[in-house]
Design a binder for this molecule. Structure first.
Ligand code: MTE
Length: 335
């Protein structure tokens, strides 16, 4: 997002690290069969995930994930008929700066992220601030598959079948106080397991935030899986946010804390470059980034760099669902 540097010392992928597509497909099939048992036992697969992932090469971690059962969502706007981005693209072209600033680094380096045990601390203006085990949090809503577009502020997009439940279910469960006007999300920042933290690229931990009505909107997804399985580490395991009408950086990965606050929080990218990244960051083709246009986008996996781009849609195509949240607001000022 900001200017890239190569002084962070991250490794580059070796061709020997990339699993050949055939071997990859076979392994996935085997894993699906293996994980069917875990899926039948509800969330039992979750605890096995970490153990199963150990001892394999970085690239093969893409395949080492148990299934996460979910029903299909009937929520308006939660499904798109567009072609899905391939699992391979969605798991090897990532932004996760805690694992490096190149798109290929997270798939190669995120295997060090320890996702079990995992807890989420709920704090601030809430009835009973408490730390919850992830396994408990996973039971607070009905797991649904939702096919959302993810539009990155850098000008590319993907279509991904996510699994999770509306963040509003968690919010109702923890009972925020009436004075809570915003929700802040704090993500994992462990210098032992996240090499990017040592690079000092951002003021860690990576934080994001939403206004309460945005957080309560049914489309806002607390996400535990994708493509029928639990989240790969490079995509933000074990729990991330997906806010489909906002630029991708609003969707914080590997969340460890949810804080209810009265004032609009100063979030990571807005702190790093306030003139470039606003708090709202709604996808808006008519409000350009100071250094590039936002009118069009390149769908990952579709054509080459020189092919015609797609037109970016207002609110990433979710205007009918979320436009009313911003009625009367100046979206140029509140970018
Ligand atoms: N969350 C954390 N903790 N760290 C990050 O660097 N990058 C953001 C967002 N969440 C990021 C993050 C950006 S810029 C984007 S576009 C999306 O994650 C990318 O999600 P994906 O890699 O699953 O496509």
């Amino acid at each position: 997002m900001l200017i890239r540097t190569h002084q962070d010392g991250f490794i580059h992928p070796l061709s020997s690290d990339i699993t050949p597509p055939d071997a990859y497909a076979t392994r996935r099939q085997l894993l699906r069969q293996w994980s069917a048992g875990a899926a039948a036992a509800g969330l039992a697969g979750w605890s096995q995930r970490e153990a199963f992932a150990q001892g394999t090469s970085a690239a093969s971690k893409l395949a080492a994930l148990p299934a996460l059962p979910a029903t299909q969502s009937s929520l308006q706007g939660a499904m798109t008929v567009e072609k899905l981005t391939s699992l391979r693209d969605a798991t090897t072209y990532n932004n996760y700066y805690e694992f490096g600033t190149e798109k290929s680094y997270p798939a190669l380096q995120a295997h060090t992220l320890k996702t079990s045990p995992w807890s989420i601390e709920v704090e601030g203006l809430v009835k009973k601030p408490t730390r919850f085990n992830l396994e408990d949090v996973m039971k607070w809503g009905a797991m649904q598959e939702r096919i959302y577009r993810l539009r990155c502020v850098e000008g590319w997009s993907m279509v991904i079948p996510w699994i999770g439940y509306s963040l509003s279910d968690l919010i109702k469960h923890v009972e925020p106080l009436p004075s809570a006007k915003y929700v802040e999300f704090v993500t994992q920042a462990d210098p032992q397991t996240m090499p990017g933290i040592r690079g000092g690229y951002l003021d860690w931990p990576y934080t994001e935030g939403l206004r309460m009505d945005e957080a309560m909107h049914p489309l806002t997804l607390l996400t535990f899986g994708m493509y029928g399985e639990v989240l790969p580490k490079q995509n933000g395991a074990p729990v991330r946010l997906v806010v489909p009408w906002k630029y991708g950086f609003k969707s914080g990965k590997s969340i460890v804390k949810i804080r209810f606050v009265e004032k609009q929080p100063v979030v990571s990218w807005a702190k790093a470059a306030p003139q470039e990244y606003g708090f709202y960051s709604n996808v808006n083709p008519s409000v350009d980034h100071p250094r590039w246009s936002q009118a069009s986008e390149r769908r990952i996996g579709e054509g080459g760099l020189l092919d015609k781009k797609r037109k970016t849609q207002m609110f990433n195509g979710y205007e009918a669902q979320v436009g009313s949240l911003y009625a009367g607001m100046d979206l140029v000022k509140n970018f």
